[in-house]
Design a protein around this ligand. Structure first.
Ligand code: PLP
Length: 370
């Protein structure tokens, strides 16, 4: 049996490149707490992302939590259930109440036309998610937030390296949170960051990720611990040099899938968005069982039998997770529910070769009615 094809595979710099990068950590013995690698990575990242302000964090999940805490949010947060469960958990763990808005079936992001209908008197913020690298309806969300005096925090975990109308995707809204987890387009092993607009957030963010210390001895905030260490920052410095090459290689894989799967009845592909420079992070495919001839779970089973580990990502929708049983009603977001039952993300990573992509497509096409 050949090796399994996983849905993603972490990019690695040359080992020598990483060794060179971490050598100075041995000399200095400064392992964490905002050392020189942390500072250098933060500077390089700010440039790469084309944003004003960046704070580095230990992971993307805590970037979401720490941002909400630093903003001092209270009340309801409008968000979407078609996301990784982290988005919803972060809101709940901050003592806020998620209010779910349904998604747009074309790009899987929050349906901006429905925002008004879920507004409550306690709404303090919107947390939309750029799903699979598709960006939200930024203009409409902005207008809605301005009209009602709400903060906008994007979960931008899927959109590293993207631009919208030539501007870094992290420069929209009040803040955007990225994940640098090993499975993402760009990684620092574990890691994340928040890009934010208002300079006055700087001190609060810096403090809450370090136990709330506002001066060397006194804690001005009830903070946690979410600092990025020097080894992760060094991995980030290495991977940042290669991320554009990786994205270019992902594009080749993405386009091969398009060539093979486009036009097959009952298969919905992800349409490119106008004005967006994509990172080709995921390859979602939607199966309409009546037309295609097999449902999503049958396709997944067949792929798994062939050693291809596609994923039901995102299934179930977060408002249908068992920890939220009785709290939310998944039927209130019918599009999210339907997409979560129909979508499959296919393997995509920079060194996935065309022969393997063709083999994956052959298995899928073999199940089609035609
Ligand atoms: C990966 C991811 C997160 C969490 O990031 P971590 O770095 O794994 O903590 C949050 N939201 C979305 C949409 C993600 O894909």
């Amino acid at each position: 049996m050949e090796d399994k094809i996983l849905v993603t595979r972490s990019s690695m710099p040359d080992m020598d490149e990483y060794m060179d990068e971490i050598r100075s950590i041995w000399d200095l013995r400064w392992l964490t707490n905002m050392g020189p690698k942390h500072e250098e990575f933060k500077k390089e990242l700010t440039k790469y992302l084309g944003v004003d302000n960046v704070e580095l964090l230990v992971n993307g999940h805590l970037a979401l939590e720490m941002t909400m805490q630093a903003m001092g949010l209270k009340g309801d947060v409008i968000t979407t259930p078609f996301t990784f469960v982290s988005t919803t958990h972060a809101i709940v763990r901050c003592g806020l109440r998620p209010v779910f808005c349904d998604i747009d079936p074309w790009d899987y992001t929050i349906n901006a036309d429905k925002l008004e209908s879920v507004l409550t008197k306690d709404t303090c913020a919107v947390m939309p998610v750029h799903v699979y690298g598709n960006i939200c309806n930024i203009e409409a969300i902005d207008d809605f937030a301005k009209k009602h005096g709400l903060k906008v925090i994007y979960d931008a975990a899927h959109t590293f390296g993207e631009t919208y109308k030539g501007k870094g995707i992290g420069s929209f809204g009040d803040a955007s949170c990225f994940s640098f987890h090993a499975t993402k387009v760009f990684h620092t092993i574990e890691g994340g960051c928040v890009c934010y607009r208002d300079d006055s957030l700087k001190d609060a963010l810096y403090a809450v990720k370090d136990f709330g210390f506002s001066d060397p001895e006194d804690a001005g905030y009830i903070g946690g611990n979410a600092k990025m260490n020097e080894f992760c920052a060094a991995m980030g410095l290495c991977n940042l040099r290669h991320v554009d090459d990786d994205i270019a290689k992902r594009r080749v894989v993405y386009e091969r899938y398009n060539e093979r799967l486009d036009g097959i009845k009952g298969i919905g592909l992800n349409d490119p968005q106008a004005d967006v420079k994509s990172n080709y992070a995921y390859y979602p495919v939607v199966f309409d069982p009546g037309i295609f001839g097999a449902d999503r779970d049958t396709v997944l089973e067949k792929l798994n039998e062939n050693g291809i580990m596609a994923r039901r990502y995102f299934y179930p929708a977060t408002n249908a997770m068992s920890c939220y049983k009785g709290m939310f009603d998944p039927d209130e977001t019918p599009v999210a529910k339907m997409m979560s039952e129909r979508v499959l993300t296919l393997p995509i990573y920079p060194d996935l070769d065309t022969v393997t992509v063709d083999r994956i497509c052959d298995v899928i096409i073999g199940l089609s009615k035609e």
